[in-house]
Design a protein around this ligand. Sequence first.
Ligand SMILES: [Cu+2]
Length: 158
Amino acid sequence: MKRLVWVAVAVVASLQTGAVQAAGAPQVVELQMKEFAFLPATVTLKAGVPVELRLVNRGVVEHEFMVYDLGHLHPAGMDPQKMHRELEARSYFRGVAVQVEGRAKLVERRGKDLVMVTLAPSERITLRFTPRRRGTFEMGCHVAGHYEAGMKGSWVVR
Ligand SMILES: [Cu+2]
């Protein structure tokens, strides 16, 4: 019974912050993609602690997962190819070792760095990495029209 209560608390905490962490365990985050949103819309992580990010496409079309330093860039309305190159260059995962488990439609890397994951409907993968860089970044789906429809969120590392 105590265990059940703990699980319930963990689920509530997960809904609030997007992260669950027991002592010594990785931060486990489930991030869902659908039309046209990330759930939760804000992922909050602790720097220096391993993360297990479970990414799943619960929608009916494919979606992209990218995390980047937006800066003063305004991706809405930009040429899609130019925008992808720009956002890939700003990827949060530059210099971060990311282990990918599971099958995704596309896992794109630049050199060793993960820059984008595309999931077909119902696909799910797990990303394992340890965040180092603190700050607020953006996660976005840049399939044509999705970002403009609101498919973006915040990636906060404290
Ligand atoms: Cu999308």
